[in-house]
Design a binder for this molecule. Structure first.
Ligand code: URA
Length: 241
């Protein structure tokens, strides 16, 4: 891609303004000032405008089956393992779409597409996020009913959720419940169960909109294909009220 187009695409300046910046010697490629407008930029080149790196990457989308013991951030000041460490072959600057707790497993999307991310996490778009929780205690319709109406966590009511009781083990005094929500508040599923007296001791996200993690073992990832990405866009659009 021509350098002025590259700069314009990154949203730094118009093409014409970019040409001026180049002529003024304010643009470097891999540390060298370039004043030649015909310069082309290859993937992996570092372009800086007035010393600030600019990025113009192809949009990429990955699906990770997150294992336990990994944090959902791009970096960690305490040196803990992050989800980014699990995708070593990806060279784009991706980040997770929403978060899963350190001890939560399952479906996590990673991308460098900010608009897509906003769309996926906005509760208005009502994308289903399905979790399977193992909880201490006996789940019954009576104790789970408040979740379908909304419960107050951190001073704010949750949107109505759906549940299915998958298993009740009276001997071990524990149950497995599937919960579908549309929001992504901090520790939301754990807090929702806690609010009805059930403590989550294992949590996994099994579905996000039209996607599930079939075929991926914990720690494995793959690229999403075009069809899957457009299905997610459609899932968001169709739900807008
Ligand atoms: N809700 C939680 O409590 N934890 C997660 O990781 C995701 C949703």
């Amino acid at each position: 891609m021509r350098i002025n187009k590259f700069i314009a695409h990154a949203g730094v300046a118009s093409r014409r303004k970019a040409e001026e910046l180049i002529k003024q010697g304010l643009v470097t490629v891999n540390g060298q000032i370039v004043t030649e407008l015909a310069t082309t930029i290859k993937s992996g080149d570092l372009v800086e405008v007035e010393g600030t790196p600019i990025y113009n990457e192809e949009k990429v989308y990955y699906l990770l089956n997150k294992p336990r013991g990994v944090i959902s951030s791009v970096s960690d000041d305490k040196g803990r393992k992050t989800v980014i460490d699990l995708l070593p072959t990806v060279k784009e600057r991706i980040y997770p779409v929403g978060r899963l707790d350190w001890d939560t497993t399952g479906l996590l999307i990673l991308t460098n597409d900010g608009d897509f991310t906003d769309k996926m996490i906005h509760p208005r778009n009502e994308i289903d996020k399905v979790y399977v929780a193992r909880v201490k205690g006996i789940a019954t319709k009576d104790n789970l009913r408040p979740l379908t109406k909304g419960v107050v966590i951190d001073g704010r009511k949750t949107k109505p959720a759906r549940y299915t009781i998958l298993k009740v083990d009276k001997e071990k005094d524990r149950s497995v419940v599937e919960l579908t929500i549309h929001e992504g508040r901090n520790h939301q599923v754990k807090k929702m169960f806690e609010s009805v007296g059930l403590l989550v001791d294992k949590l996994s996200r099994t579905r996000f909109g039209t996607l599930d993690v079939t075929g991926l073992r914990p720690g494995e990832y793959r690229r999403l294909n075009k069809k899957e990405i457009s299905q997610l866009h459609n899932a968001a659009l169709n739900n807008i009220k």
